[in-house]
Design a protein around this ligand. Sequence first.
Ligand code: NI
Length: 203
Amino acid sequence: MIRRAGILLWLMLAPAFAGEAPTRSPAEVMDILMWNREPVGGPFELTDHTGKPRTNSDFRGKLMLVYFGFTYCPDVCPTDLQAIGLALDKLGTAADSVQPLFITVDPERDTAAHLAEYVAMFHPRLIGLTGSAEAIRKAADAYKVYYAKVDTPKDTVGYYTVDHTAYIYLMDREGNYLGFFPPGTSADRMVEIIRPRLGETAR
Ligand code: NI
């Protein structure tokens, strides 16, 4: 009887937690990326910071710089987003064919309105994307991103933080994976890698 009650409780709670638990460990996803063991990227259906529905196919014909993080992140995310913004500035008008995307791993707090304020701090062309817990987990799994909610002391904003891997993914004009920049990559290094790709057109 107790066991049945437990299963019933699980069935009732499971939908509420869908998408919340990480699918793989950080070591697993790093291993996959480092040794190219599985494809990276793929379709997503999310909402941008203006509230408009967006899918991966909206960005065909452009190179995509895809970054997963969250707006309450104290240091890594802002540093990397600053580097992305600076790289775009250094590329000048050529950067028009590069689309930077910031996909939140904290959809609970990162609403479209909240993302709108955040992305504007880094670059006018940076698009913030959010969605349901399930949609975000699906996109993160496709990009081999690890993230997990971690409780913090009660005096911290929102009472939790989110552990996450912070690679910057470079995708070609057809949405295929080209490679990743590790956290802390300089804007100059990004420009060096991106610039030769700008002359290429979609096949
Ligand atoms: Ni972060």
